[in-house]
Design a protein around this ligand. Structure first.
Ligand SMILES: Nc1ncnc2c1ncn2[C@@H]1O[C@H](COP(=O)(O)OP(=O)(O)OP(=O)(O)O)[C@@H](O)[C@H]1O
Length: 254
C-alpha cells in the first residue's frame, strides 16, 4: 500500500543549528498521530517544512506519491496538506460564519466575489452551516470572533482547516491556551474529525495525546527518537532521558 503522506530524510539547519535531522515519517489515511517532544525539539519546524512555510536543507515531502517539496504552501494546501497554527490567526471583527464562508469560496476559486456580495450560494451556505455545527459553533456563527471564547476560536481554526478539504491535517497544539473548562470541546471535535483524514497533532497535554493518538512520535533535538504505541512511550528509556535532560536544562536556566 502506498502511503498518503511521507517525508524522507527531511533536514533543516538555521546557521549552524540543525533543527530537523534526517526525519523519515509516513502516514496513511485515517492515521491519528501525536508528535511530542521537549520544548525546542523541532516540532513546529517540522510542520513548517511539511506545509511549505520553510524550505528544507535536504529531504523530500510526498503527498499521494507526488513530490511536493518544490511547491509553495498554497499549492500544498490545494493538494490537501493543511495545518492550523499554535497561536490563532483569526480576524477579530469577522464572524465564524464569515471566516468559514471565505475559506470555502477561496477553495472554490470564488473569493473575488466577496468584493461585491459576501454570501456564497445556498450550497456554500449549507456546507458552512454543516462545518460550524460539527465543530459546535452554530450558536456563535454570527458573533464577532473577538467576542467568542478562546476555545471556540481554536475550534474555528479547525473548521477553517476542514473547509479546505484536507487529506492530511497538521494541528499545532490545538488546545494551547484553552482553559481546562473548554478542553473537552476540543477533544470532542478531534474525536469527530472525518475518519479518512490523516491527522498529525503536536501537543504537550499528555492526557489529550493519550485520548487522541493511536501512534506517538517523539522528537528530541530534531531527531525522531521513538515511534510506537502511546502505551509504550512513557517507559522508553530514550524518551525519559530526553525529557529529563530538558527539565534539567530548564532548571539550569531558571
Ligand atoms: N527561523 C529560525 N531561525 C533560527 N532558529 C530557529 C528558527 N525557527 C526555529 N528555530 C530554532 O529551532 C529550534 C526548534 O524550534 P521549534 O519551534 O521547531 O521547536 P518546538 O519543538 O516546536 O518547540 P515548542 O514545543 O517550544 O513549541 C529552537 O531552538 C528554535 O529556536
Amino acid at each position: 500500500m502506498s502511503d498518503l503522506f511521507r517525508v524522507e530524510g527531511l533536514s533543516k539547519s538555521f546557521g549552524g543549528l540543525a533543527v530537523s535531522r534526517n526525519i523519515d515519517l509516513a502516514m496513511a489515511a485515517g492515521d491519528r498521530l501525536a508528535l511530542i517532544g521537549p520544548n525546542g525539539a523541532g516540532k513546529t519546524t517540522f510542520v513548517n517544512l511539511v506545509t511549505g512555510q520553510i524550505r528544507p536543507s535536504a529531504g523530500r515531502v510526498l503527498l499521494n506519491g507526488e513530490d511536493v517539496t518544490g511547491l509553495g504552501a498554497v499549492r500544498r494546501v490545494r493538494r490537501g496538506l493543511v495545518r492550523t497554527f499554535q497561536v490563532t490567526r483569526l480576524f477579530s471583527d469577522m464572524t465564524p460564519e464569515e471566516h468559514v464562508t471565505l475559506t470555502v469560496l477561496q477553495r472554490e476559486g470564488k473569493a473575488s466575489r466577496i468584493l461585491g456580495r459576501f454570501r456564497g450560494s445556498a450550497e456554500v451556505a449549507g456546507e458552512v452551516e454543516t462545518l460550524l455545527r460539527t465543530l459546535g459553533l452554530l450558536d456563535v456563527a454570527r458573533r464577532k470572533v473577538g467576542e467568542i471564547a478562546y476555545g471556540q476560536q481554536r475550534l474555528l481554526e479547525i473548521a477553517i482547516a476542514l473547509a479546505l478539504k484536507p487529506k492530511v491535517l497538521l494541528l499545532d497544539e490545538p488546545a494551547a491556551g484553552v482553559p481546562s473548562s473548554e478542553t473537552p470541546r476540543i477533544e470532542q471535535a478531534l474525536e469527530h474529525l472525518p475518519s479518512s483524514l490523516a491527522v498529525l497533532m503536536i501537543e504537550h497535554d499528555m492526557d489529550l495525546v493519550f485520548r487522541f493518538a493511536r501512534r506517538v512520535v517523539v522528537l528530541a533535538a530534531g531527531e525522531i527518537i521513538f515511534e510506537g504505541l502511546p502505551s509504550q512511550v512513557a517507559a522508553n528509556e530514550k524518551v525519559r532521558e530526553a525529557y529529563l535532560g530538558n527539565y534539567a536544562h530548564a532548571r539550569r536556566v531558571a
